[in-house]
Design a protein around this ligand. Structure first.
Ligand code: ADP
Length: 482
């Protein structure tokens, strides 16, 4: 049997695998062919309500569980994911398209959130101090925020889930988890693993649905959800923030990005090209951390473009299941159409195509690695997440000018800086309006680091020491000194 045949296809509510009420199913597609892989249960608002009931019912007992017990469940799940890395990677490649080697990388990265938060679960600390007048003790403790709604996108089907589920379990929160409709299989497999690892019934309730808005809104407006953790587009994030506002629900929002990638004239050019290959091509460019605008000092822009185009054109495009493939298909027809539109617009405004630039004929949503040079800042892609394998190079003349261009966006997730001048590196890192900076590196994501953005890229941080705080409330007890 293939992994797709063995993965559960139902909803997971109150510790049971159940059909959607009414029995509806929805298809999951292979982006390499456009064909249907299988059908999975398609939840209705009634299923969302059942998932919420289960999460609310399980909260008190779960909050009272020993931290070590929660830690051990996460640790066991980490071991299970690691042991089944090949199967999970195959599942991810099938439903999302990324090459198998990248999918294996995501399995390792995703599993690490469980290991990290298994270690954090037993380190939830409080404090004890005395007021300045000496009359009162200040007793501070941390409690789980309560039933949490977790919503994830399709681009990292495993890691986006574990990055939220890990800290929620560690903190003692129960959950309603709604993964993206394009990639439910990895999440279904993950729920099975958590069940096997001994997660008590009702702690994680998984609803897969083609009606995200219809299922999510009543849950979020119910007054019984205490926390929303969302990763997805700024557009949808704004809608959810408005819904959360009615009941003053705490939120963590990981939204869109528009990452600037700055290469100064004193940069190590080989390192900068290698860094951009990672920052641009990880996940076929379908990452909120993807370098969206590449600013290269005018004196080296042409050399940089030539070297980058050489590397990009050497990549092999094809189905992620085939060995030797570096670049898989984009997620769907809409994703492909958007990349085509953005490239056509930039070329129409004078950009030169150094490599790529046209989708191949045939099935699947493939787009070749593409380098555009001399891009006009007035191009649409300057203000739009490309979410595809297209590097757009803009020449610049000095530091102040490039900082102004880099910060001229409502987003502020991540920026990349390549320079060998330490003063400049730190100065530019300070001035970039972003939550994260990659200094002479194209990769910032790490479970041990606080991931998140400023401006319209989001609220809060995931991972690191602060990741668990998003699922904890502070309780202060005033105790008079006798
Ligand atoms: P992307 O553009 O990456 O698909 P989206 O923001 O559309 O990002 O989707 C991210 C997640 O948000 C997915 O799980 C999707 O189903 C969900 N989603 C989309 N629209 C809504 C909505 N109106 N209410 C709740 N969730 C939504």
């Amino acid at each position: 049997m293939t992994i797709i045949e063995t993965v559960p296809k139902q909803l997971f509510i109150a510790g049971k695998w159940v059909d959607a009420s009414g029995g509806a199913t929805m298809p999951v597609h292979d982006p390499a062919t456009g064909e249907v892989l299988c059908e999975v249960a398609d939840a209705t608002p009634a299923d969302g309500a059942a998932a919420l009931d289960a999460a609310v019912a399980a909260q008190a007992d779960w909050a009272a569980t020993a931290p070590r017990a929660r830690s051990e469940i996460l640790r066991t799940a980490y071991e299970l994911i690691t042991a089944r890395a090949d199967d999970l990677a195959a599942l991810m490649t099938a439903e999302m398209g990324k090459p198998l080697a990248e999918a294996r990388g995501e399995v390792a990265y995703g599993a690490e959130f469980f290991r990290w938060f298994s270690e954090e679960a037993v380190r939830i600390e409080g404090g004890l101090s005395t007021t300045p007048d000496g009359r009162n003790r200040v007793l501070v403790s941390r409690q789980p925020v309560g039933p949490s709604l977790l919503i994830t996108p399709w681009n990292f089907p495993l890691a986006m889930g574990t990055r939220k589920i890990g800290p929620a379990i560690a903190a003692g929160c129960t959950m309603v988890f709604k993964p993206a409709e394009q990639t439910p299989l990895t999440s279904l497999a993950l729920a099975g693993i958590l069940q096997e690892a001994g997660l008590p019934d009702g702690v994680l309730n998984l609803v897969v649905t083609s009606d995200a808005a219809g299922v999510v809104e009543p849950v979020l407006r119910s007054g019984r959800i205490r926390k929303l953790s969302f990763t997805g587009s700024t557009e949808v994030g704004r809608i959810l923030l408005a819904q959360a506002a009615d009941n003053v629900v705490r939120t963590s929002m990981e939204l869109g990005g528009n990452a600037p990638f700055l290469v100064f004239e004193d940069a190590d050019l080989d390192a900068a090209v290698a860094g951009l290959m990672v920052a641009k091509m990880r996940n076929m460019g379908e990452a909120c951390t993807a370098a969206n605008r590449v600013y290269v000092h005018r004196s080296i822009a042409s050399e940089f473009g030539t070297r980058l185009a050489e590397k990009m054109s050497a990549l092999t495009v094809g189905p992620g299941t085939e060995s030797g493939v570096d670049v898989g298909p984009l997620i769907d027809a809409d994703g492909l159409a958007k990349v085509e539109r953005l490239v056509a617009d930039a070329v129409g405004k004078g950009a030169k195509v150094l490599t790529g630039g046209a989708a191949p004929e045939g099935p699947g949503f493939f787009y070749p690695p593409t380098v555009l040079s001399d891009v006009d800042p007035a191009s649409e892609l300057t203000g739009t997440e490309i979410f595809g394998p297209v590097a757009a190079i803009f020449p610049f003349d000095d530091e102040d000018q490039v900082l102004a261009m880099a910060n001229d966006t409502p987003w502020g997730l991540v920026g990349y800086v390549f320079t060998r001048d330490l003063d400049r590196a730190l100065r530019v890192s300070d001035k970039l309006e972003v939550g994260m900076v990659g200094l002479n590196t194209g990769l910032v994501s790490n479970p041990a680091a606080p991931f998140g953005g400023i401006k319209q890229s989001g609220l809060g941080r995931e991972g690191g020491r602060v990741g668990i705080e998003e699922f904890l409330e502070i309780k202060y007890v005033a105790v008079p000194k006798s």
